[in-house]
Design a protein around this ligand. Structure first.
Ligand SMILES: [Zn+2]
Length: 361
């Protein structure tokens, strides 16, 4: 019985991955291996402008890749219309870490704003964020995170709080604004540990307990660009992604009111529609070019290619968070050669959609 089951399993595996052999084209000719090309990791940025004059808010999501509440809440806002003011959103600041679903695939990006070698794999992304702030000159930068634990019941935890670097800095009343947001959102939160207090790291003070924060985005905004900045933190330990997004939207609603940005639909509507925004796409596929021929891949398949071939992913279809990664190589590489085989994974942010393989024959 055991053997039979095993044989059935193996047969079904083979029938799933039926061999497709592609001829070698002159174009893809390389010696003794197959070239794999994946789409670049794009830095997503959106600029939404209202008809009415108002404030200007810049939202940075996904600096840490394993904080989906942060990047999903940022992404939801790119679907709205701005009625008053301006809204600039970079929802997936650290896309490689989001697809890897780790805090920082190339180290902690929120420690890269003071100094960074131009050889660092995150260099371009960090530069993009800095340029975005310099070019748009927002009234405020909001850096979204899902921290660990619950600050209301553990003062050392970074989850569920609004982080400020100082109460007042360069005339910016960070403490007063954060306290006003905290007070408003906490009226709606009953559970004690889920309440969102203000966490002052005193980053500019010589006696700060958090000197590492001097390498962060918010410190960079305040010290180098003269722009007030806040970290909005929900908790990784909240029971659902929906709740993480909800708490982000609740905080954002208050910041939007303070800084004079109005959106349509408003936050009350967005809060009711969170599940719709978090739903996976109805259909996912990958368009690839193999030795000059285009193929559409919508499930796990194995492609058997002769040496000298190339396999190029042209585009991915699904959501804005959909891309292909290859865990068999360094995730920063988007073009490489293989000698035997690799597994490629279509991902929608943290979700794995399906694997497909390229085998050299
Ligand atoms: Zn974070």
């Amino acid at each position: 019985m055991e053997n039979l089951r095993r044989r059935d399993f193996i047969t079904s595996l083979f029938s799933l991955s039926f061999p497709i052999i592609f001829p070698v084209s002159a174009l893809g000719k390389t010696l003794g291996n197959v070239r794999v090309e994946l789409p670049d990791y794009l830095f997503q940025e959106y600029l939404l402008t209202g008809k009415e004059k108002g404030g200007k808010i810049l939202i940075i999501g996904g600096i840490h890749g394993n904080e989906p509440g942060a990047y999903k809440a940022s992404e939801i806002l790119k679907s709205v219309k701005v009625k008053k003011g301006e809204l600039i959103i970079a929802p997936r600041a650290n896309v490689v870490s989001i697809l890897a679903n780790v805090r920082g695939y190339n180290g902690d990006m929120n420690r890269k704003f003071q100094y960074l070698s131009n050889k660092d794999p995150d260099y371009e992304r960090v530069q993009k964020i800095k340029e975005l702030i310099a070019e748009t000159k927002p009234d405020v930068v909001l850096s979204l995170h899902d921290g660990f634990g619950f600050h209301a019941v553990n003062r050392k935890a970074w989850g569920q709080c609004i982080v400020i670097d100082e109460k007042v800095y360069k005339g910016f009343h960070l403490g007063r604004i954060a306290e006003a947001v905290s007070k408003s959102v906490n009226r709606r939160i009953e559970k004690r540990e889920w309440k969102i207090p203000v966490y002052n790291t005193h980053t500019f003070s010589p006696s700060t307990k958090h000197p590492e924060q001097r390498k962060s985005l918010t410190y960079y905004c305040l010290s180098k660009q003269n722009v007030p900045a806040f970290c909005l933190e929900t908790s990784k330990q909240l029971p659902s992604l929906r709740l993480k997004v909800l708490f982000h939207l609740m905080m954002l609603k208050e910041f939007f009111e303070i800084y004079g940005v109005e959106i349509s639909p408003d936050f009350d509507v967005l809060e009711k529609e969170i599940d719709k925004f978090l739903a996976p796409a109805k259909f996912y596929s990958v368009k690839a070019e193999i030795n000059g021929r285009t193929v559409e891949i919508s499930s796990g398949k194995t492609f058997y290619l002769h040496k000298g071939s190339y396999f190029k992913v042209l585009s991915c279809h699904g959501t804005e968070g959909t891309n292909v990664i290859c865990k068999d190589v360094n995730l920063n590489w988007r073009s490489f050669h293989i000698k035997r085989r690799v597994a490629l994974t279509l991902k929608d942010d943290f979700r794995k959609i399906f694997d497909f393989r390229v085998v050299v024959v």
